[in-house]
Design a protein around this ligand. Structure first.
Ligand SMILES: NC(=O)N[C@@H](CC(=O)O)C(=O)O
Ligand SMILES: [Zn+2]
Ligand SMILES: [Zn+2]
Length: 432
């Protein structure tokens, strides 16, 4: 059954004001529109319309850890955050390293029906770092996998990385690298290496462990003529490598997380595992470099790295707790607070880094499209004047490892539409 919605008086990209008619899954009309019979009316006075957000980096935990998140609950969190598509990382149990596993994630995403769930395929079997997974079969499957990553682990072996890049080039795929040289930052490294890690007695994770892998991978991308994507870039040195590689025309893209744009390493002083994440929170100099790089295009996208964890995996001594923090529901408010309120970016630029560019990186043809007549009606309405105090108990995620709890953030997501159908209205899910 087709439904029609008239969005009244939205400010498109924070610029000109217009009504949007959503019908048969597309934007049917833009302008000054009188209400068609039977149409739902959404008053968007004072709201900004942007294309639906696209997250290049989400952990949905299904299959294997449905106590932390499922494809359904993660989809809910995504919709509430203004997303219409997410890429679901492969580090599930079992790992998404076969066509069947990818199709299962894809189908569960379809069944949830709140956002487009695109599985990321593992680069290596079982994330083992040695044998390439079924990259071609995953791509040719119903899931059409185009993004491959061993995220959670680094593809540390240069020969394996080279072969993966050569392989995905054939079908225009991309390898998303969790850049962490294991010989410089091993599995227990959990605090930015510096004065603080020494004082706290926490194993250090130096920025150079990220930067050497990024430098190696851009050279491999140049050598193979293939595309590499840097997941969760976290240091000023990584930004320098990216700037240099892009100046040479190397096909590299990069993402930054909301938490690396705002939170700093000194939060670890209280040993609260909520702030334990990989890569670790960095000093203010790195945060400043990441913001500047996002504003000038050196970093292409914001990705959440939404990493839900059950209480019993997080509530441990800092060194033993799981790495990761929630992100989907708060990403846009964080970006608005850090980048827009400060004047570093416009809303149109937010649409670029949170929607159109991530969609292009992942090769999603029907997402991240401009708000124009005939385009798929994937969009989000944002209240730029709202302030919200984050309450982790109000989250629709199954997990509670929310680093923003108690913080005041600017802007809130009021409505999300997936192919014309509202998934969120008045800030709440339309379905329980
Ligand atoms: N970011 C994290 O700290 N954790 C991620 C893995 C990852 O993104 O490396 C997870 O799967 O929990
Ligand atoms: Zn990672
Ligand atoms: Zn991740």
């Amino acid at each position: 059954m087709s439904e029609t919605t008239l969005v009244k008086g939205a400010s498109l990209y924070g610029d000109r004001t217009a009504d949007l008619l959503l019908r048969d899954g597309v934007i049917a009309e833009i302008g000054s529109i009188s209400t068609p019979d039977g149409a739902r009316i959404v008053d968007a006075d004072g709201l900004i319309a942007l294309p639906g957000l696209v997250d290049l980096h989400t952990h949905l935990r299904e299959p294997g850890r449905e106590d932390a998140e499922t494809i359904l609950t993660g989809s809910r969190a995504a919709a509430v955050g203004g997303y219409t598509a997410v890429l679901a990382m492969a580090n599930t149990s079992p790992v998404t390293d076969t066509a069947e596993a990818a199709e299962r994630v894809h189908d569960l995403g379809r069944a949830a029906g709140l956002v487009d769930v695109h599985p990321v395929g593992a680069v290596t079997g079982g994330l083992g770092g040695e044998e390439l997974a079924e990259l071609g079969l995953m791509h040719r499957s119903r899931a059409r996998v185009s993004v491959f990553s061993d995220d959670g682990r680094c593809v540390a072996d240069a020969r394996v990385m080279r072969r993966a890049l050569e392989y995905v080039k054939a079908f225009g795929g991309v390898v998303s690298q969790h850049a962490q040289d294991p010989s410089l930052a091993g599995p227990t490294s959990c605090c930015h290496e510096g004065e603080l890690s020494g004082r706290l007695g926490l194993p250090g994770w130096p920025g150079i462990a990220e930067e050497v892998v990024v430098a190696r991978d851009v050279m491999l991308a140049r050598h193979t003529g293939s595309r590499v994507h840097v997941a969760h870039a976290s240091t000023a040195g990584t930004v320098e490598v990216l700037r240099w590689a892009k100046s040479l025309g190397i096909e590299v893209t990069a993402e930054v997380t909301p938490h690396h744009l705002l939170l700093t390493t000194d939060l670890l002083a209280g040993y609260d595992p909520t702030y334990k994440v990989n890569p670790p929170l960095r000093p203010q100099e790195d945060v400043d470099a990441l913001r500047a790089a996002l504003a000038d295009g050196t970093i292409d996208a914001v990705a959440t790295d939404h990493a839900p964890h059950a209480r019993h995996d997080k509530e441990h001594a800092f060194v033993d707790a799981a790495f990761g923090m929630l992100g989907l529901e708060t990403a846009l408010p964080v970006v608005a607070s850090v980048m827009v309120s400060s004047g570093l970016m416009t809303w149109a630029e937010v649409a670029r880094v949170m929607s159109s560019t991530p969609a292009a990186i992942a090769g999603l043809g029907s997402q991240g499209r401009p708000l124009e007549v005939g385009q798929p009606a994937n969009l989000v309405l944002v209240d730029p004047a709202a302030t919200l105090v984050v309450d982790r108990e109000r989250s629709v995620s199954l997990s509670r490892n929310n680093p923003w709890h108690g913080r005041t953030l600017g802007a809130s997501v009021v409505a999300t539409f997936l192919r014309g159908r509202p998934t969120v209205l008045g800030g709440e899910l339309t379905e329980p």
